[in-house]
Design a protein around this ligand. Structure first.
Ligand SMILES: [Zn+2]
Length: 55
């Protein structure tokens, strides 16, 4: 419960984007599977995790 409220909104949005891409593609996805939305979301989650572990 407490852990969920600690997750910033932009990280929650990033998780939704990543979750969506496990089952389907969006209109920004490249034919080779790379997607700018996934790239941004992954970077956000990784950056947030890094900050979290530093605390
Ligand atoms: Zn996509």
């Amino acid at each position: 419960m407490a852990a969920m409220t600690e997750v910033p909104y932009f990280v929650q949005v990033a998780w939704v984007v990543l979750d969506d891409h496990t089952v389907k593609r969006c209109d920004r996805c490249y034919p080779d599977g790379w997607c700018p939305r996934v790239a941004v979301s992954r970077a956000r989650v990784l950056a947030w995790r890094k900050v979290r572990h530093l605390r």
